[in-house]
Design a protein around this ligand. Structure first.
Ligand code: PGA
Length: 255
């Protein structure tokens, strides 16, 4: 299964530095062998206003070597009087192939519920986008032994009927590991990814194509081990995706 190495740039960078970053990523990967691009799919998710210039930069490259682009959120409405929102069709229209949905920062700072995430994922699918649906337990939930219950509830509530193994990616991101430098142990990641895989085997069509990616302080030091685990088919990377060297190094270690 092709590994998805996704950079979530969050609310970082300015116009110049976004374009410079994607340029540096492409420079650093252009000479990789065909096998690399057959095994690893690179994705960058800049802030909305930088999507178009980043798209313009990568559209000059040979398409089999160019990173894909994705949004960090979308609306659950089609269009209309929703000030500040971005429709899924607007993302696909400018060349996005993915959208990150239900990131813990959206769930926390924008009170997004599982139901909201499911409605957004349905719109993403209608627009032809792959939805990267994020799930993850907090520190308190893990300490209370509730991690598996929490993840199961998030999966049950956040996936629309349209979800299948091809148009959906699950990102397991323990909240306590995001941006903290604390990574989940290999055993914990393996256990949770197997659980998610098993649970979704009963719920989703085309589950053999389903990618379950890990996020939470992935960096150059821990990527090789994490990416080699069973049912880990990529990474959602925040901090380490903001520098071309570390992002590309993670991608190379996943190959
Ligand atoms: P991090 O962020 O790699 O900085 O922990 C991951 C994420 O929020 O997707």
């Amino acid at each position: 299964m092709k590994k998805l190495i996704a950079g979530n740039w969050k609310m970082n960078k300015c116009l110049d530095t976004s374009v410079t970053l994607v340029n540096a990523i492409t420079q650093a990967t252009q000479d990789e062998p065909v096998d690399f691009f057959d095994s690893v799919e690179l994705l960058v998710c800049p802030t909305f206003v930088h999507l178009m210039p980043v798209h313009n930069m990568i559209s000059r490259l040979s398409q089999d070597k160019a990173p894909k682009i994705g949004g960090q959120d979308c609306s659950y409405n089609d269009h209309g009087a929703y000030t500040g929102d971005i429709a899924a069709t607007m993302l696909s229209d400018i060349g996005c192939e993915y959208v990150i949905l239900g990131h813990s920062e959206r769930r926390t700072y924008h009170s997004e519920s599982n139901e909201d995430v499911a409605k957004k994922a349905a719109k993403a699918h209608e627009a032809g986008l792959s939805a990267i649906v994020c799930v993850g337990e907090t520190d308190e939930e893990r300490s209370a032994g509730a991690a598996f219950d929490v993840i199961q509830k998030q999966l049950e509530g956040s996936l629309p009927d349209s979800a299948n193994g091809k148009n959906t990616v699950i990102a397991y991101e323990p909240v306590w590991a995001i941006g903290t430098g604390k990574t989940a142990s290999a055993d914990d990641v393996k256990e949770m990814h197997s659980f998610i895989h098993e649970f979704l085997s009963k719920q989703l069509e085309l589950v053999d194509s389903l990618r379950i990616i890990y996020g939470g302080s992935v960096n150059e030091t821990n990527a090789r081990e994490l990416m080699s685990l069973e049912h880990v088919s990529g990474a959602l990377i925040g901090g380490a995706s903001l520098k071309a060297d570390s992002f590309v190094s993670i991608a190379k270690q996943s190959f």
